[in-house]
Design a binder for this molecule. Structure first.
Ligand SMILES: [Zn+2]
Length: 266
């Protein structure tokens, strides 16, 4: 079984703004504290991951983001993490993607080949654009319904990696094949290891890879007052991340999105 672990580096500001709480993206614990903590766990477990970067954060924290690229793959997560990306005009969408692309190239010294839409937002125009930009994979499909995050129509999205352009492959995020619920960082943090273990065994049965995304801002030490709107953010999240990574590493072969894409859609 193949798997890929990724981190969306949204920043705590983006999570707080989603809950209509004002935050300062230039003083962000999700980046200052979250990134080094996650990098440390990956190093201890000797695992490589993919990180999806937000252009605005790269601009504010060039050095912190550069550290990631030493050992991990880099993807584009748009410039400003607009949660309505797919509803913007083509011109605006293009600007969001190209601006982040160029900032990552300039500060992180990597040309991103992967894209993930903010809040799993994607549409035909975005896929066409990514294909033109020579991206190898998009990983925005989340074939599940969750209030305020993914609409009911997402239940119809394909769950297996497949070609969506001349060279572009869509590598959908994992959902539990029986229950069709997210198998992502948030669900693992909320439901613990039994959820990950059960879901991985089901994915294996259905011959699907595990494509799992976490958020770096879930792994910070934060006073409760800031986090009361978050599902779960506390001191156990970091040890749980380590356990999850360790389990995935022992029970599958961790690979790149590109390799997984190619093995399913040559
Ligand atoms: Zn995000």
């Amino acid at each position: 079984m193949l798997s890929n672990i990724s981190f969306d580096v949204d920043g705590l500001w983006s999570a707080l703004e989603f809950h209509k709480i004002k935050a300062d993206p230039k003083k962000d614990l999700g980046i200052e504290e979250g990134i080094p903590r996650v990098l440390d766990i990956l190093k201890k477990e000797d695992v490589n991951a993919a990180f999806f970067l937000v252009g605005k954060n790269v601009e504010n924290y060039p050095e912190t983001h550069k550290d990631i690229a030493e050992n991990h793959e880099i993807g584009n997560h748009s410039y400003s993490h607009n949660n309505e990306l797919s509803l913007l005009s083509h011109e605006k969408i293009k600007e969001e993607i190209i601006k982040a692309h160029n900032l990552i190239k300039k500060h992180v010294k990597v040309t991103p080949k992967y894209f993930r839409g903010p809040k799993y937002q994607i549409n035909g125009y975005i896929l066409e654009l990514l294909d033109k930009l020579n991206y190898s994979c998009d990983s925005s499909f989340m074939p599940s319904y969750y209030p305020r995050i993914t609409p009911v129509r997402n239940l119809l999205l394909k769950r297996r990696p497949h070609k969506v352009g001349k060279n572009l492959v869509e590598v959908p995020l994992s959902v539990n094949p029986i229950l069709q619920l997210y198998v992502n960082g948030s669900s693992v943090l909320a439901l613990g290891m039994p959820w990950l273990k059960f879901s991985m065994s089901m994915l294996k049965l259905f011959k699907l890879p595990l494509i799992i995304n976490f958020h770096t801002e879930d792994f910070i030490k934060t006073p409760d007052v800031i986090i009361k709107h978050r599902h779960r953010l506390h001191e156990d999240s970091l040890p749980l991340l380590r356990k999850a990574i360790n389990y995935i590493n022992k029970n599958s072969r961790i690979s790149t999105l590109e390799e997984i894409g190619k093995s399913y859609a040559p």
